[in-house]
Design a protein around this ligand. Structure first.
Ligand code: HEC
Ligand code: HEC
Length: 384
């Protein structure tokens, strides 16, 4: 090889190297928030997240796909009879009429729906969609972008470069632990929780009404994935205070019949002819409308509301651990691993105030700002 040729080869190689280097730098810079469509931000990736890690399909169906009925269908059979990619364009006008001038495009609406679902609650549904970027779902910014392109692909135009994520979503990445202000008080034992859950003769016969992994009753919602979409605080609250937030599609109804019977249960279906409901015992009843003399819909959940009197703090955490394990989100480890001193969990079991109700009473009476205080701190004071 003569020296001129060698120089050319060397120069070319150096140039190539520089290009590769430059390419990486640019990708790194733009990877965070830039408009460049990075790898994995496309409808296929978003679809996998929608039906997988994002847990969207535990609540939503898309057209004929999926079986959930609790939340708006995101296909053509949903609200406005438009698939979500097109429906989003209609929502822009509604949002602007409400004063949300920052919602300019269909994509802005889709981003808002996923990041801040409470900002706009679809008519006829409840404000019960979790923020996908916060625990336990914890989608990363790129995963949210991918899901949004999947939603765009349902009848709309796929354009990753139109996606602008709010600063909250960018800031949450990397500090997801801190985003959850409430931590369970102690590490529960999932096996003890499972035993409690399925013991129909025991003190907490949850399986009478709830199904986990195909086993149990169908009076209440299936709980296999509940810990994957809800923070632990929501689950504990659902158990100790079921009527605070009633899961939609499982509202109770109280009926009085012309022949003097009182019947309560979960409303399943209503037609002009009859009401179909499921009783606490799991029995399905069809009551003809003409037999109904009085009806009340604003009644508490049929889930028993005395678990806080019955279950110890430990048992409550066992149930939580069981549901977390079923959803695949249980963080294994000793209490220390979660920053709870073992002495505290002993206190919870042995202290006379170890039962949750008295703990709550104690909090209410003695601890200022008790709603924001972790249970652990309360037991500390109760026993100290
Ligand atoms: C625990 C149930 C639940 C989960 C999980 C859930 N959603 Fe929702 N979603 C709802 C409910 C309820 C509504 C209607 C109330 C509202 O607008 O906030 C809704 C509304 C929406 C809307 C607006 C629909 C419209 O007609 O305008 C979109 C879009 C959406 N969800 C997407 C998603 C995506 C994407 C995921 C997964 C990252 C997801 N949801 C996870 C319950 C859920
Ligand atoms: C007599 C039937 C019944 C029993 C027993 C019962 N539940 Fe429920 N549960 C329901 C119904 C109905 C709902 C939906 C209405 C509501 O939100 O209160 C529900 C809601 C829930 C929710 C909220 C689900 C969601 O998707 O929002 C959780 C969590 C839950 N139950 C856990 C339990 C656990 C744990 C036990 C046992 C300690 C239990 N339940 C016992 C009927 C029951």
């Amino acid at each position: 090889m003569n020296s001129a040729l060698r120089n050319v080869v060397v120069f070319t190689l150096v140039l190539l190297g520089l290009y590769v280097l430059l390419g990486e730098v640019v990708t790194n810079i733009s990877g965070g928030g830039g408009p460049v469509a990075a790898e994995g931000i496309n409808p296929e990736a978003g679809e996998a997240i929608f039906w997988g890690k994002g847990k969207c399909s535990t609540c939503h169906s898309v057209g004929d796909r999926g079986s959930t009925i609790r939340c708006p269908n995101l296909g053509e059979s949903g609200p406005l009879a438009l698939p979500i990619g097109m429906r989003a364009a209609e929502r822009v006008g509604e949002r602007q009429a409400q004063g949300a001038t920052h919602i300019q495009t269909a994509t802005d609406y889709l981003v808002e729906s996923v990041a801040f679902p409470s900002a706009y609650v679809v008519e006829g549904f409840k404000d019960e969609m979790p923020e996908a970027y916060l625990p336990p779902i914890s989608l990363t910014p790129d995963e949210i972008r991918a899901v949004v392109t999947y939603l765009q692909s349902q009848g709309g135009e796929v354009d990753a470069s139109a996606i602008q994520l709010p600063p909250e979503v960018m800031a949450a990445a990397g500090r997801q632990e801190a985003a959850s202000p409430w931590q369970p008080y102690m590490q529960g034992d999932p096996e003890a929780g499972r035993a409690l859950f399925f013991d129909l003769e025991g003190k907490a016969p949850c399986a009478k009404c709830h199904m986990v992994n195909g086993e149990g009753g169908q009076v209440g919602p299936e709980l296999t994935d509940v810990a994957g979409t809800r923070p632990p605080q929501y689950i504990i609250e659902s158990i100790v205070s079921p009527s605070t937030e009633i899961a939609s599609g499982y509202e109770s109804v109280l009926l009085q019949t012309a022949d003097g019977r009182t019947i309560d249960g979960v409303m399943r279906e209503e037609t002009d002819e009859a009401i179909l409901l499921v009783t606490k015992e799991g029995e399905e009843l069809t009551i003809p409308q003409e037999d109904i003399s009085r009806r009340r819909d604003d009644v508490p959940s049929i889930m028993p509301d005395n678990f806080s009197d019955i279950l110890t703090v430990k048992e409550l955490h066992d149930l939580l651990a069981f549901l977390e394990q079923a959803a695949g989100v249980l963080e294994e480890g000793e209490p220390e691993a979660r920053g709870v001193a073992p002495a505290l969990s002993v206190a919870a079991r042995s202290h006379p105030r170890g039962r949750l109700q008295s703990l709550f009473d104690f909090m209410r009476d003695t601890v200022p700002g008790h709603a924001a205080v972790p249970l652990g701190a309360v037991v500390c004071r109760a026993s100290g």
